[in-house]
Ligand binder design. Structure first.
Ligand code: ATP
Length: 274
């Protein structure tokens, strides 16, 4: 790569290895200028548009992109910028807030399974079933024995989805404490961003270390070759977007996508078409 970005790519977290989720991991590659990242991201987004068209037509698999991160980590920004490259017809974005009373009467994966994308469609999860081992663990919303059992249940669920044609990629948008502070401050100061600020954000920020521990566990226990986790350095939006766009391009390019050939009967019937 002439632009020096060959090594600038996401690496899947290896199961049972402690992933780096410190401040340096949130910065990533600070030496790469913004202009270089932007110039490299534009063609990736164009490529994503083309690849999604083929993915949709091919229709043999679904793709599920899971986005997790602390408040203001940039989940909305990724949805706008990176998945914005896709034709909306073939994309389904699902956001997971606090469960409703009905959802709480079901198992924790019930609401998730219903919105797993069908074949041909790219699904994006803005938060996900991983909240059930994050906020639920940190705030003690269920007994420890219940959330502890969920790592294996999540792995079994994702394994079942993968075996049924769903390609899963999971991104932890990792911001540093200082960067989160700056972004939350902006939400307090900017009238157009005030609405995004919630008291719960301060509460969660105060539990920073507990969330770090919870992320550390899920990254180690739920990153599998078929459904890998990636720690995305997210202090810089341009780097974050580049890395996720590149990972998605590489994922889609690995799939041997094919446009279905025309049915011979249709071709025959259309022989005299003018
Ligand atoms: P975001 O912060 O994701 O941009 P938001 O602030 O608009 O979104 P909602 O979408 O209403 O808020 O909900 C997000 C909140 O829901 C988060 O605080 C998250 O921890 C919480 N949440 C998500 N899943 C669960 C769950 N299974 N149990 C409890 N709380 C959950």
């Amino acid at each position: 790569m002439a632009n020096g970005l060959a090594q600038v790519r996401l690496q899947a977290v290896h199961a049972d290895e402690a992933p780096a989720i410190d401040d340096a991991a949130a910065r990533g590659w600070p030496e790469i200028p913004k202009s270089v990242l932007e110039a490299a991201t534009a063609p990736l987004l164009e490529r994503l548009t083309t690849l999604q068209d083929a993915f949709h037509a091919d229709g043999r698999r679904a793709l599920l992109l899971v986005l997790q991160g602390r408040d203001a980590a940039g989940k909305d920004g990724v949805i706008r910028t990176v998945t914005g490259a896709f034709n909306p017809t073939g994309v389904q974005v699902s956001s997971f807030g606090p469960p409703t009373p009905l959802e709480l009467r079901h198992d924790f994966l019930w609401r998730v399974h219903q919105v797993v994308p069908p074949r041909g469609v790219i699904g994006v999860f803005n938060r996900s079933h991983y909240e059930d081992v994050l906020v639920v663990r940190v705030r003690g919303l269920v007994p420890e024995s219940v959330w502890q059992a969920r790592y294996a249940q999540i792995n079994a669920f994702e394994e079942m989805l993968t075996a049924n044609g769903v390609i899963i990629r999971k991104c932890f948008l990792h911001v540093s404490r200082d960067e989160q502070k700056a972004r939350l401050q902006e939400r307090l100061d900017d009238p157009q961003k005030n609405w995004k600020f919630q008291l719960g954000d301060l509460d969660d920020r105060a539990r920073w270390d507990d969330y770090t521990a919870a992320y550390d566990t899920l990254l180690r226990r739920c990153s599998t070759p078929e459904a890998p986790w990636f720690v995305v350095p997210s202090d810089r939006k341009t780097l974050r977007n580049y890395l996720i766009a590149r990972m998605l391009v590489e994922t889609l390019e690995s799939l041997d996508l094919r446009y279905p050939p025309m049915d011979p009967a249709v071709r025959e019937a259309a022989r005299d078409f003018r």
